[in-house]
Design a protein around this ligand. Structure first.
Ligand SMILES: [Zn+2]
Length: 414
């Protein structure tokens, strides 16, 4: 019998043992490290000159190169050039081409940067894409971002509101994660203003807002296997709106129209916008129409009473009773308004849009139109005044969320 050399026998034995042990021991499930996601928020854009300042030393990373900017270089200016953009301070100048990007990070703690008088944590990404302004992007931990969102979106100054604040934190987190997934390949995920959700950075943080975020860390709203589509608004006025208000893709089972009741009362009846009334005189409407369409009293010669003709008709209402389509006929001009455009059309003398599209139209005399309405905002998803009132009455954040997103569930992702 030919026996393998001793050394080889040892190796073979070790191999057999290794195979046996791997069969006997059930493999451990691979532990996925749950990391808090990073979010990229567009803070601002400039076509000309802008500046950033730093509370401590920073490093600037561009391509392969890294530069240190010491404490004497506290403010740095950003300026567009014919070839792209440049950064400069009293000591140095850095030039970049179109589509280049660079990151500025704090290298010593405590650190924050200041942009347009607001303080922010995290990194800054600067880039200028061809035919675009320079983008100033804040890249930071999602949870830190949320601390700069919650107090901007809901009151956090009363302890009794903590449950509504937690519900808001979960809504904002779910909304942001949807944006991160949707815009994965883009240079930024969302805006810092009402185009997405309002983010005010470190200046607006409150201790209760921070507790609402920390106390719900990683918790999101899910439906089936996916993150739920999230909408929220100030006041529904007693009737929640269908997600189809934003298009058929948002017509989710958990975003359907129903009365926002709490016992026998409407949840948001304490809101100053629960019911409202606005008046527009003929002269005001004439100016609005003239500004938009160049048609108005100034463009016609009046020879008869029928020469001036104004009619506003409701063509279509949504499932929740809001006005979807409005027709305005003014002399020889007829135009249709939809959704948010209806609110913009009835902008008052102080420049404020109409609070909502849930209203009726009447007139008190020949020259005054009266709009009687309810609610503030689109009415889809969580009604914030309703949430505040539930919080005051002792409901928990999950009661609030299950009420406004029926059939969904909460999951802690990290
Ligand atoms: Zn409501």
């Amino acid at each position: 019998m030919i026996r393998p050399p001793f050394k080889l026998r040892i190796v073979l034995l070790a191999l057999i043992l290794a195979i046996l042990s791997s069969c006997a021991v059930k493999p451990k499930p691979q532990e996925v490290k749950k990391i808090t996601p990073k979010i990229k928020v567009l803070l601002g854009e400039t076509n000309n000159l802008d500046s950033l300042s730093f509370s401590n030393d920073v490093i600037l990373v561009a391509e392969e190169a890294q530069y240190e900017l010491g404490p004497n270089n506290n403010t740095i200016y950003i300026k567009s050039t014919d070839q792209g953009f440049k950064l400069f301070n009293s000591n140095r100048i850095f030039t970049f081409g179109f589509n280049d990007s660079l990151i500025i990070s704090g290298s010593k703690k405590p650190y924050y940067f200041t942009y347009h008088n607001r303080k922010y944590s995290g990194d800054i990404i600067l880039t200028r894409q061809t035919n675009n302004p320079i983008w100033i992007i804040n890249k930071l931990n999602l949870e830190s971002y949320l601390k700069g969102v919650v107090p901007a979106e809901i009151p956090t100054h009363k302890e009794i509101y903590i449950q509504a604040d937690k519900a808001q934190a979960i809504c904002a987190r779910t909304y942001a994660l949807n944006k991160i997934n949707l815009n994965k390949s883009k240079l930024f995920h969302l805006y810092a203003d009402v185009r997405s959700q309002v983010y005010g950075g470190l200046n607006i943080e409150t201790s209760q807002g921070n507790s609402a975020v920390d106390g719900t860390k990683g918790v999101v709203i899910k439906y089936g296997a996916n993150l739920a589509t999230i909408y929220y608004h100030s006041t529904c006025g007693g009737m929640l709106e269908s997600g189809s208000y934003f298009g058929s893709r948002d017509n989710q089972p958990y975003l359907q129209p129903y009365k926002d009741l709490l016992g026998n009362d409407f949840s948001c009846s304490a809101s100053p916008y629960f019911r409202w009334q606005k008046q527009f005189t003929f002269n005001q409407l004439d100016s609005i129409i003239y500004a938009r369409y160049g048609k108005g009293i100034k463009t016609i010669i009046v020879t008869d009473t029928t020469d001036i003709y104004l009619r506003i008709s409701i063509l279509e209402r949504t499932a929740g009773g809001r006005i979807q389509k409005l027709e305005v006929s003014y002399n020889d001009t007829t135009f249709e308004l939809n959704g948010l455009d209806i609110r913009k059309f009835f902008t008052d003398s102080r420049g404020k849009y109409l609070p909502s599209t849930m209203f009726t139209i009447s007139s008190i005399d020949d020259s005054t139109v009266v709009l009687k309405g309810g609610g503030y905002g689109h009415g889809v998803g969580m009604c914030q005044y309703g949430a505040l009132s539930m919080s005051e009455k002792g409901f928990k954040y999950y009661h609030i969320l299950y009420k406004y997103f029926r059939g969904t569930y909460l999951e802690k992702l990290y």
